[in-house]
Write a protein that binds this ligand. Structure first.
Ligand code: FAD
Length: 285
């Protein structure tokens, strides 16, 4: 099913993300984690794609397995390090496997600043995908501004370009302060962008994840969150419980304020996904 049709039903959607293995020997454990998450029967599941092409082959394989489990898959595709032939090859594979949903991304620029090939920005990939079939296309968006963007306003202008190129919805980068999401959605609407903006929530369950999340997203960590890490960061079980509670709290506030699309960066952790799902079970009916 196309995600734009799922979103158009106007119900709360809860989706989870998995990332493919970097090496073949890890494939079985990732597949098992994805299967466990699929058992929760989420609205859809997204499968990330290696920026350098390293794990891209597994993206389609895992998306196919998720589809066989009866859950709608959203396959990520990045373009910066790719060729037109490679993109067409992936699109053909997705079509052959009846996978209708793609999150179209530029991907991070590899260290050393490799020069781009044919694609410079995600909007170019969206144009390409649109010309190749009836896919439902999502894009990434950044409530705190993309780290390379000169300003948040300019970044929203480029989101508009992606929507004009044909994207059906956008998923946010992780954020830890909901007021950042609410003000972003207002500014996006003022720019005339009316596609659904799915809120991306990352449950931080280990102290090590905090540094990585800040590096990746440049997100502001609210003092309420930092004191939680300060208090429980050296106690793995307590940190996991507190991180799940914080993410749950964020989601409850989003739902209470009328947000319908929630995407969880579940990081191949079925137990974390299951706990959050259980915490919300009555609220997402
Ligand atoms: P773009 O939309 O192309 O934007 C990149 C930068 O260029 C921004 O600063 C933007 O303001 C600017 N820009 C955009 N258009 C133009 C233009 N026309 N002219 C000048 N500047 C422009 N990475 C992966 O490798 N694999 C994944 O699976 C993956 N999944 C992700 C999922 C989500 C929900 C998110 C939020 C991010 C994900 N990423 C993934 C990370 C993403 O690839 C990086 O954030 C990347 O740096 C930007 O990708 P983008 O598609 O947003 O790029």
């Amino acid at each position: 099913m196309k995600i734009r049709d799922i979103l158009a039903e106007g119900k709360v959607t809860l989706s989870f993300e998995v990332f493919p293995p970097k090496t073949a020997d890890k494939f079985d454990s990732v597949e098992m984690a994805a299967r466990e998450i699929a058992k929760l029967d989420p609205s859809f599941m997204s499968i990330t794609y290696g920026a350098g092409g390293g794990t891209s082959d597994y993206t389609v394989q895992i998306a196919k397995m998720i589809q066989e489990q009866g859950v709608t898959p959203l396959a990520h595709v990045t373009c910066y390090s790719s060729t037109r032939e490679k993109v067409h090859h992936v699109l053909d594979e997705l079509k052959e496997n009846h996978i209708e949903n793609i999150l179209a991304l530029r991907g991070d620029i590899p260290e050393g600043g490799q020069t781009p090939g044919v694609y410079h920005h995600a909007s170019e990939l969206i144009h390409e995908i649109r010309s190749q079939g009836d896919f439902c296309i999502g894009a990434a968006c950044y409530p705190e501004g993309h780290p390379e963007a000169p300003s948040k306003a300019v970044d929203i202008g480029y989101l508009k370009e992606k929507v004009d190129a044909g994207c059906d919805f956008a998923t946010t980068q992780m954020f830890f302060d909901n007021s950042i999401y609410y003000s972003y959605v207002c500014r996006v609407l003022q720019k005339g962008i009316t596609v659904p903006i799915i809120a991306g929530i990352m449950p931080i369950t280990t102290k090590a994840q905090v540094k990585r999340a800040v590096q990746l997203s440049g997100s502001v960590m609210p003092s309420r969150f930092l004191s939680l890490v300060d208090k429980f960061g050296d106690n793995p079980k307590a940190m996991k419980q507190a991180g799940i509670a914080y993410a749950t709290d964020q989601i409850i506030d989003l739902l209470a304020n009328g947000v319908r699309g929630i995407h969880i960066y579940s990081m191949n952790k079925p137990d974390v996904a299951a706990k959050i799902y259980e915490n919300l079970s009555e609220m997402i009916q």
